[in-house]
Design a binder for this molecule. Structure first.
Ligand SMILES: Cc1cc2nc3c(=O)[nH]c(=O)nc-3n(C[C@H](O)[C@H](O)[C@H](O)COP(=O)(O)OP(=O)(O)OC[C@H]3O[C@@H](n4cnc5c(N)ncnc54)[C@H](O)[C@@H]3O)c2cc1C
Length: 318
């Protein structure tokens, strides 16, 4: 079957690619989504998690760290992660080929995230500039561009921003975000020098994955996190997708996933804007709250996830 997996590169099995083992479950990717699946089903027999990196990176803390030189933003994951790179996968036969071998499984969860090539360079160059102007190629990344502009602005630079104010989350959200940005002194311009590249699927995939309302591609094959073709890419939502897939596996039947964009933006003036909206998925829920407490909550979340190695824990209930 093609996922459109016809779009996945078909690599010839390599000499060392004999089947390693028949697994009950294979999770591909150990980021926000994959880890949150793993933490909830790891006690089952034959569950494996494969990822090309054994580091968990908390992106929002990384952004803060690069610009403001603050806290740690990554953590080494324990040895349960099989550090291999997926080079091919076949959904019909549920086979995964990595740079070290071939695996088979009854259930596969694809949680390989997304990449924004060149983002590091843009982050570091904008941080060095005295007059950085920021934008994002994808409107769904406006939240990252705006956060970046607010952090840079707190470093007494002359910051400008080119883009929207997350209008796709509703008028209440865009009005609040725009007024915070304008009050901060950030100039609104038409063009920017530092543009956050749009997210792309990681190799070997060459498109984001379409799933049904239960996050399934077909029986026994799920996708979760940024790799899913579902609009905005967000860590909080990726974690919830991971938990959702694990719940479906645990109860033994598909459960309907209800997406919600949930995000706390740091105003850089001591407050947090707590945004919740399901408008991108034809919902009608929209909520925006601004307070110092929300900022403390954001800081707590940053530390909590690092400490818990990406495990969403009780925050999944919020
Ligand atoms: C600068 C920045 C700031 C952000 N700020 C926020 C924020 O404040 N709040 C928020 O909610 N979200 C934020 N995000 C978004 C968030 O980081 C992503 O939505 C989240 O990382 C997606 O989680 P994921 O598990 O789908 O993918 P990832 O966390 O990217 O994990 C992907 C996993 O797949 C593995 N992998 C990839 N390719 C392969 C392969 N071929 N073989 C094997 N393994 C592979 C990787 O090693 C990794 O383990 C931010 C993103 C950026 C870039």
């Amino acid at each position: 079957m093609s996922l459109g997996l016809g779009k996945i590169k078909r690599s010839k099995p390599q000499a060392n690619s004999e089947t390693k083992s028949k697994n009950s479950m294979l999770i591909l990717g150990a980021g926000y989504a994959g880890l949150n699946v793993y933490y909830r089903i790891r006690r089952r027999v034959g569950v494996r998690i494969i990822a090309s990196s054994d580091m968990f990176v908390f992106e929002t803390a990384r952004l803060r760290s690069v610009i403001l030189n603050k806290q740690n933003y990554y953590v080494q994951l324990p040895s349960y992660i099989i550090k291999e790179t997926v080079t091919d996968l076949d959904i019909d036969s549920r086979q995964v080929i990595t740079n070290h071998g071939r695996y088979e499984a009854d259930i596969i969860v694809i949680a390989m995230g997304s990449i924004r090539s060149g983002l590091d360079k843009i982050l570091y160059s904008a941080t060095k500039s005295d007059r950085p102007s920021i934008a994002s190629e994808s409107r769904f990344d406006e939240y990252i561009a705006l956060q970046m502009a607010l952090y840079l602005n707190s470093k007494k630079k002359q910051v400008s921003y080119a883009g929207g104010f997350m209008d796709w989350l509703g008028e209440e959200v865009s009005k609040t975000v725009r007024s915070v940005v304008e009050e901060s002194g950030i100039k609104i311009v038409d063009k920017a020098d530092y543009i956050i590249p749009a997210p792309q699927p990681p190799a070997p995939l060459d498109s984001f994955i379409k799933v049904d309302e239960n996050l399934m591609i077909k029986d026994g094959v799920y996708a979760a996190g940024d790799i899913v073709d579902m609009g905005p890419k967000l860590g909080e939502m990726s974690m919830k997708m991971g938990i959702h897939v694990a719940n479906s596996i645990n109860v033994g039947r598909p459960l309907r996933f209800e997406p919600m964009f949930t995000y706390i933006m740091d105003t850089s003036s001591g407050k947090g804007i707590h945004i919740k909206s399901n408008l991108p998925w034809r919902g009608s829920y929209q909520s925006v709250k601004v307070s110092a407490l929300r900022l403390l909550f954001k800081r707590f979340i940053e530390r909590y996830y690092i400490y818990r190695k990406g495990n969403m824990g009780f925050l999944a209930l919020l």
